[in-house]
Design a protein around this ligand. Sequence first.
Ligand code: NAP
Length: 282
Amino acid sequence: MEAIVENNTFKIGGELEVNRLGYGALHTTGRGGYGNPENKESIINVLNKTNDLCVNFIDTADSYGPYISEEIIAEALYPYNNKTVIATKVGYERPNGSWIINNDPKRMRKALEGSLKRLKVEQIDLYQLHRIDPLIPLSEQIGFLAEVQKEGLIKHIGLSEVNLIQLQEAMKHAKIASVQNQYSYGNRKWDDVLDYTTDNDIAFIPWYPLDAGSVYGKQKLEIIASKYGFSSHQIALAWLLHRAKNIVVIPGTSNLKHLEENVVAGHIPLSTSDMDYLNSAL
Ligand SMILES: NC(=O)c1ccc[n+]([C@@H]2O[C@H](COP(=O)([O-])OP(=O)(O)OC[C@H]3O[C@@H](n4cnc5c(N)ncnc54)[C@H](OP(=O)(O)O)[C@@H]3O)[C@@H](O)[C@H]2O)c1
């Protein structure tokens, strides 16, 4: 069976061209996205290696650390090469490590100022609402993002963990360039949102693409992995990249070898019969 030919890049918002194998920066901090990383030097090495390997889409959030992830990204990668696209998020506060949503526009503006400063940029490439705040009208939350976009402080607007109704509602108030929802080979809860984003040329950025390292549905993945001499983690990423042309994956790692393996996964051609086999019931 012929290999499926995949596009290796996607244009976020129709213009920011990124390698579809990106990097998730949750692990540039301490455990649970809180505090300093155990080994800062090795994280800096991993981030530098993303540059060498042409991984040019980096996903972070002001709440990772908090603040530490954005700082460490700038420390490693600034001045950025002109192909680097950094996506950050706003919405969570981290009192004592907990995750509290607060999308009060005044607070978000302060948070944005902080992200711009820490990332050392004048404009955020992709600014994602980490969660919709159930206590504030959605129109106000998206209205804030549209306002700072107009001011030139952010280039594109993204959402995270939204259902189809929320996405369509948000699209009435601003152009939405990306959706970041939990999705993986073994967790396809958001198939409807993914299909909608594919049809509307919106980037779909699955978080936990490796189920935080556990990789659900391992049995079938391992069969394909052993057929080609790859790992089940690599096949899980390759499956995502074959699942839809608008998927940009952001596996998180603090390990250089894993980063290299993930980059290889970005080039694994799965055949139609491999995909049929993987897509049949888990
Ligand atoms: N929007 C949201 O609400 C949300 C929520 C969570 C995460 N995120 C984003 O999504 C990104 C991905 O999520 P995640 O990093 O938590 O989970 P993940 O990518 O599903 O899995 C990361 C785990 O897999 C391991 N790993 C990575 N590559 C591997 C490989 N080739 N072989 C074996 N193990 C490998 C890593 O360990 P090593 O360090 O040992 O490699 C790490 O423990 C985050 O970094 C963050 O940017 C967003």
